[in-house]
Ligand binder design. Structure first.
Ligand code: FES
Length: 109
């Protein structure tokens, strides 16, 4: 069953966007639907473009978990700065556990 969760994206200029999303969606989709600046998602969620790069809030990183090997490689190739809590938002599937999740959009260029 789909449930509603709340996620927060902090845009590059510091604007916090609080969005309602559904479980089962990817975090990237929620951001795109909400028109979050900097979530370009050029590859539509195939883990192949890294334009959906976000920094997960440290308090939440234990719940999102670390990237898998493919995502990890992709993150290594991104043009912007990689941080220990970097994730590709298309690879984060929203669940009830992630209700309240907060991330910061990585610089786009
Ligand atoms: S949308 Fe392309 S890697 Fe996430």
């Amino acid at each position: 069953m789909m449930r509603e969760v709340t996620v927060t994206f902090v845009e590059e200029d510091g604007t916090a966007r609080v969005l309602a999303a559904e479980t089962g969606q990817s975090l990237m989709q929620a951001g795109k639907d909400g028109g979050v600046a900097g979530i370009l998602a050029d590859c539509s969620g195939s883990c192949a473009c890294a334009t959906c790069h976000v920094y997960v809030d440290e308090a939440w990183f234990g719940k999102t978990g670390a990237p898998d090997a493919i995502e990890d490689e992709m993150l290594d190739m991104v043009a912007d700065v990689r941080k220990p809590t970097s994730r590709l938002s298309c690879q984060i599937k929203l669940s009830q556990t992630l209700d309240g999740l907060k991330v910061t959009v990585a610089p786009t260029g």
